[in-house]
Design a protein around this ligand. Structure first.
Ligand code: CTP
Ligand code: MG
Length: 412
């Protein structure tokens, strides 16, 4: 582990009163990971690996260390975890006390801005070094800004006093970066509470410049901000990651419904002996489909739609064609395992629709039977439709079958 001259103090000791979640704000999940973990990801993604100081509620120090140490170790980042104070400023001060002498550049960042991209940190570090003073990321104010009466009238309304020239205004974010000695000096001299580190630094005469901020660095303050963040974290991301290491995990606290699409194609076998299995049914007298399994394109398309909706990858990834256990296996085997995996990952199935594209077999006479069988296996309504392609393409020439499925899944 190499010594770092850059440190990031990640303040995560607030309770999140306005968010109203039972957990302290930084420990609230977005998807399958906590705000703190997401914020740490960005910090560890910096070009220059920093010394990381986490400031968390006093009763969460051990938990935070356990959660973050493996990632910090893997990135080669020295890690300190300390208890915060009653105000954000006190929490930053607690973090500052931990910095080794070697550190010459300090960034202070809110864990409540978990989606801030790593390059924002890099730019702040670079600007602090190049200019030798405070650097804060900021966005232009896009709305028209009015000054209003500070005291509401009897009916609760507040009267507009004037329109403010917004060209002179910016909305500031974190990470805020400073030469270490300037920030130390500012904190040592602090006698009042400031709303951000830049204001505190400015109070002792430190020059502060803005650099362009990033819309994704917004602060999660109220429940609507959390919902926005849940949408922004790639829907499938946490699940794909989780399934890749073989431990599917529950969906986000309320990810809402998700849909998925699956397509499968199988060609008809050359011989007349291969039986046809389609939509979970055996079709006596019909030419069979070729494939590693029984070639049931309908069942396979449904598996893919379900896995896609739940963000669990696809059927190829789950049942590799080199796996001899599935040689010749019926669609039901794949479907049942898929349904089990979804349940394990915390999803229930809303419904599934599937359309078969091909000339044969004629589906209509057994459509109800197919729907019943698939509904039984999937444990949710499955509707089956069929169409031909007017003699066009491989399906039109009777060389094979395509099945296209759509699935809706919901948090269990
Ligand atoms: N913070 C901190 N110590 C405190 C208060 C806040 O480390 N005593 C941190 C928060 O964890 C957050 C950042 O400062 O990452 C910005 O604060 P804010 O968004 O206000 O978070 P909370 O104070 O937790 O939320 P609230 O004000 O709604 O209670
Ligand atoms: Mg606060």
């Amino acid at each position: 582990m190499s010594a770092s001259t850059v440190a990031v103090i990640l303040v995560a000791a607030g309770s999140g009163t306005r968010l109203g979640h039972p957990e302290p704000k930084a420990f609230v999940p977005i998807g399958t990971r906590t705000m703190l973990e997401l914020a740490v990801d960005a910090v560890l993604g910096m070009r220059e690996t920093p010394h990381l100081v986490l400031v968390v509620p006093a009763d969460r120090v051990d938990e935070a260390r356990r959660a973050i140490a493996p990632a910090a170790d893997a990135a080669g980042a020295p890690l300190d975890v300390v208890a915060g104070g009653d105000s954000r400023q006190e929490s930053v001060a607690a973090g500052l006390e931990r910095l080794p002498h070697l550190v010459d550049t300090v960034l202070v960042h809110d864990a409540a801005r978990p989606l801030t991209p790593a390059p924002v940190f890099d730019e702040v570090v670079e600007a602090v070094r190049a200019r030798g003073h405070g650097i804060i990321p900021a966005l232009p104010v896009v709305d028209t800004v009015k000054r209003v009466d500070t005291v509401p009238r009897a009916d609760g309304s507040r009267r507009v006093v004037e329109t403010v020239d917004r060209s002179a205004l910016v909305a500031v974010q974190t990470p805020q970066g400073f030469p270490r000695d300037a920030l130390d000096r500012a904190y040592a001299a602090a006698t009042e509470d400031f709303t951000d580190d830049a204001a505190l630094a400015a109070s002792v005469g430190v020059v502060v410049d803005v650099v362009p901020g990033d819309a994704r660095a917004y602060k999660i303050t109220v429940p609507a901000d959390l919902r926005r963040a849940e949408q922004a974290v790639p829907a499938a991301g946490p699940h794909v990651r989780a399934s890749a290491v073989g431990t599917p995990s529950a969906p986000a606290s309320d990810p809402g419904p998700r849909i998925g699409t699956g397509i499968d194609v199988h060609g008809f076998a050359d011989d007349a002996e291969t039986p046809l299995w389609l939509a979970g049914l055996h079709w006596p007298g019909e030419r069979g489909l070729s494939g590693h399994s029984d070639g049931d394109a309908v069942s396979h398309a449904i598996c893919d739609a379900l896995l896609a909706a739940a963000g669990l990858g696809d059927i190829g990834g789950m049942f590799g064609t080199d796996d001899t256990r599935f040689a010749g296996a019926h669609g039901e085997v794949f479907l049942a395992e898929t349904v089990r995996r979804l349940a394990e990952a915390g999803w229930r199935i809303g419904n599934v629709t599937v359309q078969v594209v091909g000339n044969r077999p004629k589906l209509a006479p057994r459509r109800a039977e197919a729907q019943e069988e698939l509904t039984r296996i999937v444990g949710a309504p499955v509707s089956v439709a069929a169409t031909t392609t007017d003699g066009l393409g491989f399906t039109g020439r009777g060389e094979g079958i395509t099945a296209i499925a759509t699935a809706l899944v919901l948090p269990a």
